[in-house]
Design a protein around this ligand. Sequence first.
Ligand code: NAP
Length: 257
Amino acid sequence: MRVLILGGTTEAAALARALTDVEVVTSLAGRTRSPAALPGQVRIGGFGGAQGLAQYLDAEGIGALVDATHPFAARISANAAEAARLRPTPRLMLVRPEWTPQSGDRWTMVPGIPAASDAVPGGARAFLAIGRQDLAPFAGRADAWFLIRSVEPPDGPLPLHHSVITARGPFRVEDEAALLAEHRIDVLVAKNSGGDDAKLAAARRLGIPAVLVERPALPEGERVGTVEEAVRWVQALPRPRRGRGAGAEGNERQRRS
Ligand code: NAP
């Protein structure tokens, strides 16, 4: 059984590590220059749309597909759904639960990145914790200051007044609170990614409001929220039957022993 994991997330890496009795291929988009080491096979780069992914599933004899991409990676998830329809393949979405407001949170929910940029008040000192791919809508905001954090340095247009820090999570609440205080941040901007919520906890602790970008819609299909559930889904898949050759070989081996 070969299982293709569409990755680029902590959960995808954890699933690759947890699936010990199947052959795992993890696919990465190639956005990170030095991705963390993963067990099994790793392939990097786009497939060429849904058609390309369907062809890949066929050519590589993939028996099941787990879409464990980031909740904001909408295009690849749509492609995965379409590819699994074109080349019928069991497909599961592993999607971490989204954050929900707790007592003390001062959140403004917005439908997309441009709306998040509009929601930052003029004169604000904003912490932009949305990664490096979605910064363009903020480039025109010369009336606010931005602390931009991403795993790798951004390469697109940036707002006039900004400072960039590169760091990879997970982060500790204490460190996040210290960062917010050090830079005198008065608004946090984040995607509702779920998972490590240290920055939100720190903002709550300091009474700092947050602009949270709502998730894009997911395609239809079976969905779980944890790596453990995804492991059980894979384990419950019907295993491919041995070919006649393999069976005959096995019988022969049994007869010899
Ligand atoms: P996207 O907009 O949904 O995808 C754009 C294109 O990138 C896809 O059409 C596909 O190209 C290729 N692609 C994306 N994920 C891929 C994968 N796992 N393997 C092979 N090709 C992939 O995705 P994105 O938002 O740019 O995110 C790219 C990757 O970064 C994803 O794997 C995601 O899990 C990870 N990530 C994203 C975010 C985020 O905020 N968006 C945050 C953390 C990690 P083809 O059409 O040519 O196949």
